[in-house]
Structures are given as structure tokens and as C-alpha cells.
Design a protein around this ligand. Structure first.
Ligand SMILES: C[S@@+](CC[C@H](N)C(=O)[O-])C[C@H]1O[C@@H](n2cnc3c(N)ncnc32)[C@H](O)[C@@H]1O
Ligand code: SF4
Length: 461
């Protein structure tokens, strides 16, 4: 008799469910999601929200650097290829102006517990640019000694000089983009990066004292096979990452036209995507990594695994985060801020962002004001995305509401319960191991806005 191991048996059952669950749903990096942002929320609203911000707890900062040395055809980030340093320098000067403008609107001097440089490619900044940026941040805010200071880096552009300069400004965590190391996949996506480049970048960061290293991998890329995913993992694991993110390729060519350069016929189908992600997860579990939500893996001693255990993990626009701050101030083109009253996004167009900041205006393009119901539903969705379970009574109590208000959403879970994707005990909703790949579908039941927007999101698996 041919007996499957438990992991393979689970995968077969997940594959059987796929036809029902291979749909589109938000990644729930916020609730409401960015699709609900409207231009009715603009600079005036953001200004008032900043003026009302309580500064009794530290805030977090995100700065967006929308520049790259290359264009990877799968890329879903807001970025462009730049070869001229002046353009970046001017942008950093405007970032300085924006940071100062926002800091002056706050009712006092804020403490900062976390700084995240995202992109694009933050290591396109020169050491001088970094000095301007961090000089401003430290002048306008009290950056706490224990602050996490992190950056997303392109290994192919990293230099030892950059690593030392950034470490000198307090960088203590870095995410390196890897995606897939197979030459066939790299050729299909226009990103050429031998393992030695990644290993060299990791060594430069460690030599500079940046010890917490995350690696970003992807599945679902053109020409990618399970063997490619495992082979990439094997190589990356030799670098002893603190965390690995394994993102499912989000194919949204209607939003990112360069993704049309990829040959859709070469994209793995839903079943192949599911197998790639699940087999990779099995491999990482066997190496002792803790699986975090839908796409992260952390060593048990990493702060993300610790936060998962303590149930203090959160979601923000970068994905899973250990950041507990109630407010996130976003700087740069397309950056999103989260304030107690609502979410606001800067102009995604770099030109429009530059125009606003150079005229001394906040560059808010759109946003959404949170209702009490949004906060309630948002926490239910966040707990499901992070903990894979939620006690609706406990969340309701925190929001002075009743779990019964979500009766419609709970009723919508019935087919997921029948499939074994969700278990329910009273007001406790739990995603089963079988259901983990489909957690976004369960979250979507609690999303009061989804119907009109469903098709604009990426696929669930
Ligand atoms: C800002 S980029 C990484 C830093 C750097 N620019 C690099 O490419 O090495 C952040 C990560 O987002 C992920 N990513 C980009 N486009 C994606 C897409 N369409 N679907 C899923 N993940 C994507 C990749 O893993 C990428 O490393
Ligand atoms: S993956 Fe990184 S380097 Fe490639 S285009 Fe996107 S942001 Fe730029």
C-alpha cells in the first residue's frame, strides 16, 4: 500500500479544494484596503489628523524610495529605473522638506520606535543622501535607542561602503531581494542575480554589524518549478536568515503594465502555485522555521516568531510586522500613513508628489476615514491574518460592540466550515491547517466592502 506522509496528504486535500478557493481577494495589509481610498480625504484632513495625534506612544516612520537600477518584470512596487544621481538627491531633499513639514504639524516632538526604508531600492541612495535623510529624522524626531531601523535592499546594488554608512545611522535589519536563483526563471523575469551576489551582500551587511537579515523569495514566477523553489531555499538557508518572506507572485498587469512583458503561458497554474508554496513551507518547517501567517517564516528566536507566540503580530502596508505603534507616518511618493482617524496615501506619481512638497503642501492624494465598524472588522481580519484565529467576543469587547453584529459574516463562513477550512466553536473562529492557504477568503467574509472591488485584487493562492 502506498501511504502518503501527512504533509503530502494535506497538500492533496488542499489541491482538491483549490477549484473553489482559487479566487481573488485582498492581502489585507490594511482594512479598509487601498481600493476604498477616495480623493475626498486630502491634505486638509491629513493636516488636522496630524495636529490631533496623541504623542504619548512612539510612532513609526516609513520612507519610500521609488528608484531602481533595473526593472524586474514581475515587480509590483511603485518604482522607476534611474541612472542619474541628481534626480535621487533632489528627491531626498524633498523628503527632508516633507518630514519637516509633517513634524511641524504634530502637537509636539514625537518619539520614533521604528523606521522602515522601502522601495524601490533604498540602497540607490548615496551615503550622503542617507546622511541627509537620517539627519532630518533625528533632528525632527526623538528616535529611540531601541528603534528597529530596517531597509529593503537590492543585493546587486549593495556596496560595503553603503552597508557601513547605513549601519552608522542605526540600520539593524535588512531585507534582501532574491526571488528565485534559477537562471531560467531569472531570464524570464529580467533579473540576473547569481547566488554569490546575494551571499556577498549578506556578508557586507554582517560585517557592518547589521545582523538581522531577511530574504525575499517568490513563487508562481514564469518557468518556475518546485525544484527551483527548493533549490533557491537550499542556497538561501546556508546564509542563516532571521526571516524568509515567500511571496506569491501577484500578476496584476492591468495595474503594472511592465508585467505584460512576462509570458503568461509560462506562469505556473493555481495547483502548481499551491504546491510550490506548501512544499517550501514544509521544507522551512523541517529546518526549524516558524510559519507566520500566509507568507513569512522566522527563526524561533526572531522577533517575528516571538510576536506571533505573544499574539502581538500586526499587518501593515509592508506585510507582517512586529511594530506595535498606533501611528505610522509615511513619506515619499505613494507612501501610506496610518493615523488614529484614518489612512492616507501620498501622490503615487513622483512628479505630483514633488510638485506638492516643493510648494510646501502635504502631498496627500486620497485616503479613508475609519468608522468604529471599520476598526472592529479590521481587528477581526488582522487577527485572522496573523494568528489564524480570532475570538469575536474578545475583539467586540475591545471595540464596545457585539459579536452578533458580524452574524452575516459568520453565516458566510458556513461553506468554509463544511470544507474544513474554518472551524468554529462559539465565537471562536479558527483557520485549520488545511485552510491556511485560503485565509484571505475567510477574511473576505468580514470585509463589508468587498463585492464591488473583488476583481481588482491578486489571486488568493
Ligand atoms: C522593494 S522590493 C525588494 C528590494 C529590492 N528592490 C530588490 O528587488 O532586491 C520588495 C519585494 O517585493 C516582492 N515583490 C515585488 N513584486 C512582487 C509581485 N508582483 N508579487 C509578489 N511579490 C512581489 C519581491 O519579493 C521584492 O523583493
Ligand atoms: S523587484 Fe526590486 S529591483 Fe526589481 S524593479 Fe522591483 S523594486 Fe526594483
Amino acid at each position: 500500500m502506498n501511504v502518503l506522509n501527512p504533509a503530502a496528504a494535506l497538500r492533496l486535500r488542499q489541491l482538491a479544494l483549490l477549484p473553489h478557493y482559487d479566487t481573488r481577494a485582498p492581502r489585507y495589509t490594511s482594512y479598509p484596503t487601498a481600493v476604498q481610498f477616495t480623493p475626498h480625504i486630502g491634505p486638509q484632513q491629513q493636516g488636522e489628523w496630524l495636529e490631533a495625534l496623541a504623542l504619548d506612544a512612539p510612532v513609526s516612520i516609513y520612507a519610500h524610495i521609488p528608484f531602481c537600477a533595473r526593472l524586474c518584470w514581475y515587480c509590483g512596487c511603485n518604482t522607476r529605473v534611474v541612472h542619474r544621481g541628481e534626480s535621487i538627491r533632489d528627491y531626498v531633499v524633498l523628503l527632508r522638506d516633507e518630514i519637516g513639514m509633517v513634524a511641524r504639524r504634530l502637537p509636539g516632538r514625537a518619539r520614533v520606535g521604528s523606521i522602515h526604508l522601502g522601495g524601490g531600492t533604498p540602497n540607490m541612495l548615496t551615503p550622503d543622501d542617507l546622511s541627509v535623510l537620517f539627519g532630518t529624522l533625528r533632528e525632527d524626531f526623538d528616535v529611540e535607542d531601541a528603534a528597529e531601523i530596517a531597509a529593503e535592499l537590492d543585493p546587486a546594488q549593495l556596496t560595503a561602503e553603503w552597508a557601513r554608512a547605513a549601519a552608522g545611522h542605526g540600520l539593524n535589519r535588512a531585507s534582501l531581494g532574491v526571488q528565485d536563483l534559477s537562471p531560467a526563471v531569472q531570464a524570464a523575469v529580467n533579473r540576473h542575480e547569481p547566488f554569490e551576489v546575494v551571499a556577498g551582500a549578506a556578508a557586507m551587511l554582517r560585517a557592518a554589524g547589521v545582523s538581522a537579515l531577511n530574504f525575499d523569495l517568490m513563487y508562481g514566477l514564469p518557468r518556475q518549478t518546485i525544484a527551483d523553489v527548493l533549490n533557491t531555499l537550499d542556497q538561501v538557508l546556508t546564509l542563516k536568515p532571521s526571516r524568509i518572506a515567500l511571496f506569491g507572485y501577484a500578476h496584476v498587469p492591468w495595474m503594472k503594465s511592465h508585467q505584460k512583458l512576462l509570458d503568461e503561458a509560462e506562469l505556473p497554474d493555481g495547483a502548481e502555485r499551491l504546491e510550490q508554496s506548501q512544499i517550501a513551507a514544509e521544507r522551512l518547517a523541517s529546518e526549524g522555521y516558524v510559519e507566520v501567517g500566509i507568507d513569512h517564516f522566522a527563526r524561533p528566536d526572531d522577533s517575528m516568531a516571538v510576536a506571533l507566540k505573544a499574539r502581538t503580530l500586526h499587518r501593515n502596508f509592508q506585510g507582517y510586522t512586529t511594530d506595535q505603534a498606533g501611528a505610522l507616518l509615511g513619506f515619499g511618493a505613494s507612501a501610506i500613513s496610518r493615523l488614529p482617524q484614518g489612512l492616507v496615501q501620498n501622490q503615487p506619481s513622483e512628479l505630483l508628489w514633488r510638485a506638492a512638497i516643493s510648494e510646501g503642501r502635504l502631498a496627500t492624494a486620497r485616503g479613508v476615514e475609519l468608522t468604529d465598524e471599520d476598526r472592529f472588522r479590521g481587528e477581526v481580519i488582522e487577527r485572522l491574518m496573523c494568528d489564524l484565529e480570532v475570538d469575536l467576543d474578545a475583539v467586540a469587547a475591545r471595540h464596545h460592540r457585539r459579536a452578533g453584529e458580524l452574524a452575516g459574516a459568520v453565516a458566510g463562513l458556513a461553506p468554509l466550515e463544511a470544507d474544513g477550512v474554518v472551524e468554529r466553536h462559539g465565537q471562536m473562529v479558527r483557520i485549520t491547517e488545511l485552510g491556511r492557504p485560503f485565509v484571505r477568503t475567510a477574511c473576505a467574509q468580514f470585509d463589508a466592502y468587498l463585492d464591488s472591488a473583488a476583481l481588482r485584487h491578486s489571486r488568493v493562492v
